[in-house]
Design a protein around this ligand. Sequence first.
Ligand SMILES: [Fe+2]
Length: 332
Amino acid sequence: MTVKALGYLAIGSTRPDDWAGFATDRLGLQAVDRGGKMRAFRMDDRRQRLMVDGALPDGSTVFGWEVADAAALDTLGAKLDDARVAVKRGSAAAAARRCVAGLISFADPAGNPLEAFHGGAVATDPFKPGRDIGGFRCGALGMGHVLLAAPRIDTVWAFYRDLLGFRISDYTAAPVKAYFTHVNPRHHSLALVEAPHRVMHHLLLELYSLDDVGRGYDMALADGRVAVTLGRHGNDRMTSFYQRTPSPFYVEYGWGGLDVDDATWKPQELKSVRSFWGHRGLFESLGDGPPPPEMPVMPPWPEARAPLNVIEGNYSRLAGVCPWWDTLAARR
Ligand SMILES: [Fe+2]
């Protein structure tokens, strides 16, 4: 187990002001004053999670993967050296720019720029969301997940699995090849999808409250930014929608994602990548048009429904037990 979480995402954009407004007023991130050409945003107690970095080329993305400590970072650097991956040890200035204690830079086989780091700085003041939300589910789970599309993803997946310690959650072989992979209990921190060109499709941000997702959906509808309608995924059980951002990738805004436990989790091939409901536009957003005709439809009960994933204090149990429901639930 090498990588522990998706710690941060740095993006290059010629529209930093648009990003500042979108990140705070719409997503609910907290703007942090970093000065210069850096726009940084908080999601939790970390000093920054999302960065619009003026030093990066427009449209570029750098993924910051967190490891436990300086020794783990050294071990990873040596492992990459042995595998003949070009690794650049980050300077003190580079680490300060990311608000971390140390970092290295390299790239995956698809060409995605990566950084591995340890010692993410923690803020001294509490997180203050940019709009009225109950907060983001991140902390040790990291800031969310990313979906990267690329050619020859078997090679890309082998890199993340063998060198960075990612584990498989589930996968599809046909008609779309995809790997959903985890580094902590979050069902996936990285999804890889086979596609003709390398592209970052989306960043997921998970909220504590379904109502905060719903209000975000109302605002995105009013803004005309909805790319994929509200729906619920069948594998990570996330209720979410996807919205356009000032950059050429989407933000998935969701609630109720599944946790996996390596001690009991059994990776499986998905029978369908269709959602339980909704998510209209998802296949079109991947650039593949409507679902191919051979795509299996969502199977009937019990696979077409699943319990909600809630955290302590975020639900009220209904009174009463229904024998009919118990019969159905027992079939799962
Ligand atoms: Fe996602």
